[in-house]
Write a protein that binds this ligand. Structure first.
Ligand SMILES: [Ca+2]
Ligand SMILES: [Ca+2]
Length: 292
């Protein structure tokens, strides 16, 4: 099991303190429909949860369910509360007709608008259809995203294989390869462990408040981490040969305040978000896969 030591955590400005008193999450993750605190205290929301439905989907009122536009006014009740069906389906027919949509017309209780085939979005004129750039949305693919006309394609960098979900990538595991390892930036050091928590080894101890973020560059066999201090942050990188200790450690000078920057690095959101799910081990982890 993990033997990192834990300290009481005070959250930063812009963070929410989970009711377990141990985990901090960005305020933006409050009431997003996805539990991030170990005790789910970020999802006990007074107001309605804002759900973002996928393209060509609409949210049923009063539930988290998203249904495809095709299911609106199709004669079958798809929302539990019947939001998708009703007299408006007949009353709005002529309004829809006047829109002269290139592909299809959506009728909701709030009015009508055009929609397009899956993979396409409505153009500026409100009626024509153009390709939807799926790659513009962060997280569409785990590694490389290629937008195509009417669709998109995910691919993986060398050494990784695309998974059956056609989105995620996993490292190829050849018989001679080293086993996957987990790098953990804890409050008092960077440690490495096997995925089952055995073979825990400290790589570097830290005297300041701990790591804000941690990343592993596989092609350079190096680890970079951001440290928080009271007033600013510091980015440091070191080489790790076979993940046995650090060599050639150096500070990377940055112009922007690092504390602010780390919170906005899009590529790191997924990592830290997962880290907080890991919060049952009672610390604020940033972690990164070395050979996922
Ligand atoms: Ca329906
Ligand atoms: Ca596309």
């Amino acid at each position: 099991a993990l033997t990192v030591s834990f300290k009481a955590i005070l959250c930063d400005v812009g963070e929410f303190h989970c009711h377990d008193q141990q985990t901090c999450i960005p305020e933006a993750w409050l009431c997003d429909g996805e539990p991030d605190c170990p005790d789910d205290s970020d999802e006990t929301c007074a107001q309605e949860v804002v759900i973002r439905c996928p393209l060509n989907h609409i949210q049923c009122i009063g539930s988290k369910k998203c249904i495809h536009f095709n299911k609106l006014c199709n004669g079958a009740r798809d929302c539990e509360d019947g939001y998708d069906e009703g007299v408006h389906c007949r009353e709005l027919l002529s309004a829809c007709h006047e829109l002269r949509c290139r592909y299809g017309c959506v009728m909701t209780r709030n009015g009508t608008f055009c929609f397009c085939a899956d993979g396409f979005e409505v153009g500026e004129d409100g009626t024509s259809c153009r390709d939807h750039d799926e790659c513009a949305m962060y997280g569409a693919c785990s590694q490389t995203c290629t937008n195509t006309y009417g669709s998109y394609r995910c691919s993986c960098t060398e050494g990784y294989i695309l998974q059956p979900d056609r989105i995620s990538c996993k490292a190829k595991q050849d018989p001679g390869d080293s086993r996957p390892m987990l790098l953990i930036g804890g409050s008092d050091g960077i440690v490495i462990t096997h995925l089952n928590g055995t073979g825990l080894q400290p790589l570097r101890s830290l005297s300041v408040n701990g790591t804000l973020a941690l990343d592993f560059q596989h092609n350079q066999e190096s680890v970079c981490w951001a440290l928080s201090t009271e007033s600013s942050g510091q980015l440091r990188c070191a080489e790790t040969r076979n993940l046995r200790g650090f060599t050639r450690e150096q500070e990377i000078r940055t112009q922007q305040s690092l504390q602010r920057m780390c919170r906005h690095l899009p590529g790191w959101k997924g990592i830290t978000k997962h880290a907080l799910h890991y919060g049952k081990s009672r610390t604020q982890f940033s972690w990164s896969w070395a050979r996922d």
